[in-house]
Design a protein around this ligand. Sequence first.
Ligand SMILES: [Zn+2]
Ligand SMILES: [Zn+2]
Length: 439
Amino acid sequence: MRRLLILLFFLPLGVFGHSPQISTFALVRDSKGQWTAHLSASLEAFESALGNKKFSSAEAFQKELIQQVKSAIKIKSGVLQLVTLNDGQCHLGHQTDLKFTLIGLPADAAKISVENELFKELNSHLMVFKVIDGATESNQFVLQSSNHFSAQVHIQPTGITVDSEQAFNYYYLLFIAPILLLLLLKYPMKKSISVVTLATLFFACSTDDSTVTPAASSAEVPAVYKKIYGASSVTSDGTTISIKVNGLPDHKSPYYATTNSLYQSYSGLTFGGYIFEKNPNSIIEQSATFKIPANPVMATNHAATPLGPIGIALNGVPFFNQYAGPNNQELKGEMAGFDQFYGHPQNSGVYHYHVEPLHLTTVKSTKSGLMGFLLDGFPVYGPQEETGSAVTNANLDVYHGHSHATVDYPNGIYHYHFTSEAPYLNGNGFYGTPGTLTQ
Ligand SMILES: [Zn+2]
Ligand SMILES: [Zn+2]
């Protein structure tokens, strides 16, 4: 019975679900607190919004569209503060997407009022409005029969709610009201599950990807990950950061082929006071993608780190753990093979760091700077704190990290540190839940 009712409930909207006149409007707050507005609709809808004028070029169309959207969307924070849409980006296609950075909308905004009259001249136009919070991953959807829609967004620690000042499409409401009433009578629900929630739950399921482009599929990459300068790409879908690398160090090494411009012979001391002794391996280009959580959290089970890559340095070189091989073989045996920057390749040519990456701590950054990330998404810092004091194992927990504010995370974060003593980078496993590595 329940299934039948739900089916009936979904039926009338199948018509709307495949209509070209559907647009998506999303407010997105990334994990750094930066707000962006995303508007996505069919090219035809945008052309109609500009009065079907003829343009001399795609650029001219884009330019006018951006201006038009900027004046049609009004966003206010609190009562007075007007938010400016900045730096319009436009991606033209059958499905056209626009993105704006919102200047003046505080990261901790509690109330936002939104108005969009871009499509006010269009008949039978539907708009899905979403608020996507990168920090809590909560979504809200409102279905509008929007000729001119406005909404109030309330952001509380308990979640996000949206009040709409515009009535629903009455035809739609008329159709579903009896079914909804039946459902409510038969399956009493908490007050919080409103018509809006039900209606939009369905809508989210019914729209195909040609009509709704989830803003989360290509979320803004938070600034901290842009420090990974050695990656061929760093992308975000809002929950996962994907880092693609070739694993080649950006500094000289005796492990490069002698024909390579980065080849440099080395003799002398290396990490641990050993006299450098080149191992028989050479650096070979790799192809690897590290997928790490964008919002790392402590895990209840702290998984042991595997042999092989456990994280990624800013220059795209992987981090390895404190062991030289299976059954916790001591790293000491291979330390003499660490080159002038304390890295070395293993037998399949993967160059890596087990200990402080000297090129980062002395050339590219500082002893207290960000070095990279472990697979669980938590950042790795050098062997000193920003105050200049050396970090020792005594300052760290069994996973080889601790929490406090850093330059990159002013609100504080759990982070690992390199230390000069074993286990150097990671202790008894990942603090958080590790992401994945594909090679
Ligand atoms: Zn090694
Ligand atoms: Zn620290």
